[in-house]
Design a protein around this ligand. Structure first.
Ligand code: NAP
Length: 246
């Protein structure tokens, strides 16, 4: 996978899966702009890791649930690097609980962070990608977007919509030379799952044929492949990475 000379914008890249995606894109030769919302220390650490790999990156703080934030961020990427080739819509939050106990504030937050952010950043990036007639957009979905999860109803709905958005946009912009794919991770070892007790972790592991959680780099390596010309005939796909769970 050769991403030399390519420029990527990764949302939610300070920690977890997004940081690993940024690192794998760096290893393949891309320059990377890392977005995050609040954890300055983690973002600085991620940037240091990129520099330690000999890569080049910048930090762009902001809430991607706002369209103007996404537009300004992508304008900044183009101002700094001259273009944008790769957009990875990774930022996301999960909220657990019975749907009947949820409130409007909660479902607005989940839908705005997980779905509206994908629409926001894709729209803003297409402004540039359409001019160049090339680009790769990768949306980080979830296996729960494919099959739905009890206790994560709004989260599942947000990710299911990301899957449909991916397939529809891929069809619309394939003639313009831009590819759109999604990755649907299973259970990945990140802060998003750190609330789980040891017992809950063991119960989950027993549902995974490979008997372990995935790591961020398992998603990062696929994102690098989908960003590269090695996947030039792949578009509109939702690719599951879950150790055989589903
Ligand atoms: P994580 O460790 O909790 O990290 C979340 C990242 O998103 C952080 O960088 C955070 O920034 C950023 N973020 C959150 N809200 C944001 C906003 N409104 N604007 C900009 N950045 C925002 O999460 P993760 O586990 O890596 O998950 C990454 C993606 O993978 C999500 O879309 C998630 O739904 C998906 N996923 C995860 C799993 C899993 O098991 N972990 C499974 C399936 C899918 P700060 O550091 O500044 O807070």
């Amino acid at each position: 996978m050769n991403l030399s000379g390519k420029v990527a914008f990764v949302t939610g890249a300070s920690r977890g899966i997004g940081r690993n995606i940024a690192l794998e894109l760096t290893k393949a030769g891309a320059s990377v702009a890392l977005n995050y919302i609040k954890d300055d220390l983690a973002a600085e650490e991620a940037l240091e890791e990129i520099k330690a790999l000999g890569g080049y990156g910048i930090l762009i703080k902001g809430d991607v649930s706002s369209y103007s934030t996404c537009k300004n961020a992508i304008d900044e990427v183009v101002k700094s690097f001259g273009k944008i080739d790769i957009l990875v819509n990774n930022a996301g939050i999960s909220m657990l609980g019975f749907f009947a106990d949820a409130d409007e504030e909660m479902w607005n937050r989940v839908i705005d962070t997980n779905l509206k952010s994908v629409i926001n950043c894709s729209h803003a990036a297409l402004n540039y990608m359409l001019q160049k007639k090339s680009g790769s957009i990768i949306n980080i979905s979830s296996i729960w977007g494919n099959v739905g999860a009890s206790y994560e109803v709004i989260y599942s709905a947000s990710k299911g919509a990301v899957n449909s958005f991916t397939k529809a946009l891929a069809k619309e912009i394939a003639p313009s030379g831009i590819r759109v794919n999604a990755i649907a991770p299973g259970v990945i070892n990140t802060d998003m799952n750190k609330f789980l007790s040891q017992e809950e972790k063991e119960q989950l592991i027993n549902q995974i044929p490979m008997m372990q959680f995935g790591e961020g780099e398992d998603i990062g390596k696929l994102a690098a492949f989908l960003s590269s010309d090695d996947s030039k005939y792949i578009t509109g796909q939702v690719i599951t990475v879950d150790g055989g769970m589903l």
